[in-house]
Ligand binder design. Sequence first.
Ligand SMILES: [Zn+2]
Ligand SMILES: [Zn+2]
Length: 253
Amino acid sequence: MSDYGKRLLSKGMSGADVEELQIRLAGFRGTLPDGEFGPGTELQVTKFQADVMKQSSPSGEADSLTLKAIDEFADRFPIDFSRLKCRCGKCEGFGRGNFKGKYLGNQKVEAFHLYEYPGIHRMLLWAVRAAHFYMPEHRFTFSSGYRCSVDNQQHHRNTTNHCGKAVDLDIKLERGENKQDDLIKCRVVRGKLVELSNAQIGWTAKNRKSLEPDNVAPTWVHYDVRSYEPKYLADRYFCTDLAALNARVPISF
Ligand SMILES: [Zn+2]
Ligand SMILES: [Zn+2]
């Protein structure tokens, strides 16, 4: 992250600045935040240049114009963190960092990890921005963000994805629309996120953003990063406010 904004990024390069680029473009096809600029990252940049910057012959190289356009994109789609905060009334909004390495039951898998991650995963929120961008016909709101262990207790839940790895998006219905319309809208949105953001429905593939299938989440869109390997769920990926999400630095090349 430290060097982001200081050089043009293109295929074959690697580093923390490449990782930062991959995070910011998570909703444009999206790959891993592995810091290696390969064909997947090139596709991310190309899609961003074609779709957001409206370039007719995108280069796939993240030049200064592209990095500035990414900052502008962030400003166009700010994230309302007050909607994401935990509502338990006990924590400050993003848990208390409890239960790292502790699991529900005997299975040491991320789905049962009880850890209260220190905020919400940045890739997920940048990906939500792309959902806003690609689907201006829908008005999205967050219906659920962070839910810490206390909140889970209060609601008798034993799922832990919302401890920083998931958000739920609700789509505002127009006057006269009913639950069936909502179901259809959510289904269409999931399809778009698979197509445009490289998400998957379910959790089978690792290191892919996941959507709950419609039999689990019929009238909302649950989006999560639970299938990421532990190294991509390190504390540094999580944020608790807009400044940390945006991590704005001067573009100086
Ligand atoms: Zn809480
Ligand atoms: Zn959810």
